[in-house]
Design a protein around this ligand. Sequence first.
Ligand SMILES: Nc1ncnc2c1ncn2[C@@H]1O[C@H](COP(=O)(O)OP(=O)(O)OP(=O)(O)O)[C@@H](O)[C@H]1O
Ligand SMILES: [Mg+2]
Length: 245
Amino acid sequence: MEDKVMTKVIADSDGRTSTGIPGLDGMLEGGFPNGSLITLAGRPGTGKTIFGSQFLYYGAVEEKQPGMYVSMLEGRRAYLRNTARLGLDIPPLEKKGLFRFLEMPTLTAEGLPTIWEEIVRNIEEMDIVRLVIDSYTAMAQAFETPGDIRVFTHMLLGKIVGSAGCTTLMITETPPQDGHPGLGMHEFIADGVLHFHLVPVAGDARVRYIEITKMRGTSHQMGPIPIEIGRNGITVRSPHIPGRR
Ligand SMILES: Nc1ncnc2c1ncn2[C@@H]1O[C@H](COP(=O)(O)OP(=O)(O)OP(=O)(O)O)[C@@H](O)[C@H]1O
Ligand SMILES: [Mg+2]
């Protein structure tokens, strides 16, 4: 029994799902472990949505893997406008069944089971391989106590993410101050955690970087990874941060 479990774990960890971010796969032994759950954590405006969108777009265009963006925060129209500005032409992919934007209404704890069913139905209908959920924070806010959030998180991960087998990016907004005690637990459960930062350097300049603080079964880059957001979205810069020595 134990041997079987081990074999499965090893087999699953063999395959990698490309991040779709130029320069990043090489720092992760080729990408995210297939079927893993990755938390993208950061403050507003740090690049989480763009990262998730590039992840899905790359999979759909380069690998013909259907992807779905589940959004509790933003409507489809605004999403398509913003992604089009970054050169991500999503409508043709929607037509080909390679991309779905699932807009989820404001959440209450009572309404969540219906939303799960809807997410799972869409995953099965389209054979979704890559999933982005934006955001864990929005969902967790439907609950009042850390205990409820814990129960919900286990249900979410077990039933939805676990059984579907998609490689899933779960976006989490970092609070301005360390806030809700229950909100950090997704980091323990996730297979990988990427933190997004936007920090002031000399003068008025700001510098963006990401940091991989956890990636199960992977020898990954340690320390800050400088990134840039430009007309073509996120790219990894050479590992030197201006203004720092
Ligand atoms: N074409 C562009 N060129 C340069 N920077 C851009 C461009 N488009 C967006 N950005 C930057 O990316 C940021 C938005 O990134 P993104 O929407 O991924 O953030 P986020 O982490 O999802 O934020 P939130 O938590 O508010 O949803 C903008 O605030 C802007 O600084
Ligand atoms: Mg966002």
